[in-house]
Design a protein around this ligand. Structure first.
Ligand code: HEC
Length: 155
């Protein structure tokens, strides 16, 4: 018994492991409802750039990486995707495309989007747009919005 008490760190470790396993059962994560809507993209290029740099957080086509299935990272990602979709969601373009569409292209121009943390540790390398690619995405989004305006909903 004494030997076990002395191994206090073992108890801490077991306690920690129990908590880590238990939190995996909290049913909060990214959901990807079936996609039935989307903008008429002005070109395949715009869609490709959007998919590379924005779609994970601003559509219902979120690609969740393996370690992002593990709580608490899972909750963190789910929360970001939720907030991102509230601001802008191309998968509900004709019903409720989001509350912050006014800043759509400024967010790229000012390099606020995609958020810097998205490409930390070499993650999502395709989202690091060059100046030319940023320009193409900005122009493409403007053309897309002009030809197929998104629907906004009063909140
Ligand atoms: C890793 C997730 C993620 C990616 C990738 C991402 N966004 Fe966002 N975006 C968010 C979140 C979260 C918010 C809401 C909170 C905030 O403003 O930071 C947001 C907000 C916005 C807004 C609302 C205005 C603003 O700046 O807050 C716009 C417009 C936007 N994003 C456009 C884009 C575009 C365009 C891309 C691709 C170039 C992109 N986002 C990529 C997560 C993301």
């Amino acid at each position: 018994m004494k030997a076990f008490v002395e191994k206090w760190w073992l108890k801490v470790l077991i306690g920690f492991a129990v908590v880590v396993v238990a939190i995996q059962f909290v049913p909060y994560g990214v959901d990807n409802p079936p996609v039935t809507d989307g903008p008429e993209w002005d070109s395949d290029r715009t869609r490709e750039l959007f998919d590379r740099a924005c779609a994970d957080c601003h559509s219902d086509r979120t690609n969740v990486l393996w370690f992002e299935h593990i709580a608490p990272v899972k909750w963190y990602v789910a929360n970001h995707v939720k907030e991102g979709r509230e601001a802008l969601d191309v998968s509900t373009w004709h019903t409720d495309a989001g509350s912050e569409l006014d800043d759509l292209t400024e967010s790229i121009e000012e390099r606020e989007m995609p958020p810097s943390y998205y490409t930390y540790f070499g993650l999502h390398p395709g989202a690091k747009l060059t100046d030319t690619e940023s320009r193409q995405l900005i122009d493409g989004l403007k053309a897309t919005v002009a030809a197929d305006p998104p629907a906004t909903r009063e909140r």
